[in-house]
Write a protein that binds this ligand. Structure first.
Ligand code: HQG
Length: 181
């Protein structure tokens, strides 16, 4: 399948499953789910028809496994990255001792001062390894990677969540737990 078409579909799905479901007349169920049939019908109605085969290809081939079906295959969601209010029903989990956050140089001073803030998303996003954090930060220019003392944060009572695609989520990372890599 044409890669650029799949990327285009992935961006369209991100927009509507993470940020603006109402734009397609969709409402996310708890967990972030929508019925696959309702999604495909809504895409078609809004002039962006997607076939079930294309949807399957986007879900299984996505570089970051951004989307997933439920166990029955009748519902789909974005695993993380939402700005629209929704309870993803994630269970708190014990994080690895160190986590990483890649960002752009221009934000580094503010992060050293205020810690990591979730900005417009539901959580601060943390990567399990440095290479992933570098890729995340590189989206925005010259990369700075921060190492997060997740073990100390967990001891202090911060709740960590792991999305289905392996991104670690937390409400806030105070600067005391951050070190530049
Ligand atoms: C920065 C992509 C100033 C933060 C990625 C980031 C990820 C601050 C930006 C996922 C700050 C928010 C999430 C502070 C944090 N002052 N800037 N105190 N605290 N920031 O996109 O983590 O392709 O909401 O460093 O790969 O970059 O969409 O978060 O630069 O997994 O699937 O504020 O999005 O995945 O930006 O990326 P974002 P993020 P997808």
């Amino acid at each position: 399948m044409d890669q650029s078409r799949l990327v285009k579909i992935s961006k369209y799905l991100s927009k509507h499953l993470r940020h603006q479901p109402q734009r397609l007349g969709l409402t996310l169920e708890p967990g972030g789910w929508v019925l696959v049939d309702a999604l495909l019908a809504a895409c078609a109605r809004h002039g962006f028809p997607v076939s079930r085969a294309e949807l399957d290809a986007v879900v299984s081939g996505n570089d970051k496994q951004r989307f997933g079906f439920d166990a029955t295959g009748t519902r789909i969601r974005a695993h993380q990255g939402h700005s629209t209010p929704v309870d993803l029903q994630l269970e708190p989990a014990e994080p690895p001792p160190l986590l990483y956050h890649g960002t752009a140089e221009q934000f580094a001073d503010a992060i050293r001062r205020d810690g990591l803030l979730k900005m417009r998303r539901h959580h601060v996003h943390l990567s399990p390894d440095r290479a992933t954090a570098e890729r995340v930060g590189a989206r925005r220019g010259r990369v700075v990677v921060f190492v997060v003392d997740a073990a100390a944060m967990a001891r202090a009572g911060y709740a960590f969540f792991r999305s289905t695609n392996g991104v670690w989520l937390v409400d806030h990372v105070p600067s005391a737990y951050l070190q530049q890599a």
